[in-house]
Design a protein around this ligand. Structure first.
Ligand code: MLT
Length: 385
């Protein structure tokens, strides 16, 4: 009954976890959910107010434009200039998205024919691999290993595959490993893309979720990057707006045009009132982002200290709200996450769910209060791992 693409997909990782969580809750378990990276902190009130106001204006009730309000795209361009030192032409170098997930998935349809190759990091956010499969194309897994600081070893990619590949997904600060990079790494990526004629799709939704003075560079801040790629970003994680579905892609106008053409045939743009609230998010005071990061830093430290006290090996990340921790010996990542849920009610994401090179790790998202995080770590400690 289903198309080949759907039949060959694994169940969507977070949907599967949701199901197991619900089953546990139904049994009366006090579930502590560290599974998904979905901010528990509310959207700042000034952004919510802007939405309420804009939602009352009938001119926002009609179809929005496909590429998004020019004023939203200008706000994005200004934000990129200020935050990332990247010049963008709001007219043709910014495209509004209904969340960056939507744009990432649809990009594949703009560039890949059935059988074409996409270079996909492993482990990674599942959408890169799964959208490629849905398009009937072939994901080629590029391992992100601890030995290589969870960055792809571009040299080790098979030369013929590199020549054949049409697109490459990248994502730093990284989900799920929380790895970060400096601009030098992006220079290597630009050279690699030029040499092999590959389009780079850099996913950057955690760009503002940084700690201890680290600043996450934009891929586009490197010379030549705009010739080879685009970057996806989102208001979801920066402004606690995951439910609002508003993001954008920026960079090479020809690449964006491909994505725009796909989108004009599939969706009808992002609700204008949400875009107007998005302008407020991007252009008003950024104090709420700083406050969020204080909270996340505190939680990160609670979780790192608590996990280490429980005998779990984990590094302190410089960005994201994830910890990428080692699965204790004797378990696979899936066995360990099931064991944790059954014995402690704590939900974590098994590394294998992000790709085969994620095996040996589990991901914990600190989108939950410090108190609950402490409780989760205490429960894990009592297991005497
Ligand atoms: C995650 O947990 O990896 C993300 O929150 C999922 C998403 O951004 O769609």
């Amino acid at each position: 009954m289903y198309a080949k693409g759907i039949s060959s997909l694994p169940p969507y990782l977070f949907a599967g976890i949701d199901k197991r969580k619900e089953e546990a809750r139904k049994k009366g378990v006090d579930v502590i959910d560290l599974g998904i990276g979905d901010p528990d902190l509310p959207t700042p009130p000034h952004i919510v107010e802007a939405l309420c106001h804009a939602a009352k204006d009938p001119s926002n009730h009609r179809y929005p434009s496909y590429e998004g309000l020019l004023s939203f795209r200008e706000a994005v361009a200004t934000w990129y200039k200020q935050r990332k030192h990247v010049n963008l032409d709001a007219d043709d170098e910014v495209l509004t998205l209904i969340g960056s997930k939507e744009g990432l998935a649809h990009s594949v349809f703009a560039f890949l024919n059935p059988g074409d190759i996409a270079l996909v990091p492993d482990p990674a956010y599942p959408v890169y691999n799964n959208a490629t499969v849905l398009a009937g194309s072939t994901p080629y897994s590029v391992p992100l290993t601890e030995e290589h600081d969870f960055k792809p070893d571009l040299e080790s990619i098979d030369k013929e595959i590199a020549r054949k590949a049409k697109i490459m997904f990248l994502n730093y600060p990284n989900n799920p490993t929380a790895a970060t990079v400096e601009k030098n790494f992006f220079k290597e990526v630009v050279d690699f893309a030029h040499e092999n004629d590959i389009i780079i799709l850099h996913d950057n939704p955690y760009s503002e979720l940084t700690f201890d003075g680290y600043e996450a560079p934009s891929f586009l801040a490197v010379k030549g990057a705009k010739e080879v790629g685009i970057e996806f970003n989102s208001l979801s994680k920066t402004y606690n707006m995951t439910g609002w579905r508003i993001g954008y892609a920026v960079g090479n106008s020809e690449i964006l045009e491909g994505l725009r053409i796909v989108k004009t045939n599939i969706d009808s743009g992002a609700f204008q009132a949400v875009q107007i609230a998005g302008i407020v998010a991007l252009t008003d005071s950024q104090d709420s982002v700083k406050r969020n990061m204080e909270i996340y830093r505190e939680r990160r430290d609670i979780a790192v200290t608590g996990l280490r006290a429980a005998g779990v090996e984990v590094k302190t990340p410089k960005a994201t709200f994830y910890l990428w921790a080692k699965v204790p010996s004797g378990f696979s990542s899936i066995q360990f996450s099931m064991f944790l849920l059954e014995r402690t009610g704590v939900v974590v994401t098994p590394g294998l769910g992000f790709g085969k090179h994620g095996e040996g790790f589990f991901r914990l998202a600190f989108c939950i209060s410090g108190e609950r995080l402490k409780e989760a770590c205490e429960r894990i400690k009592r297991l005497n791992l």
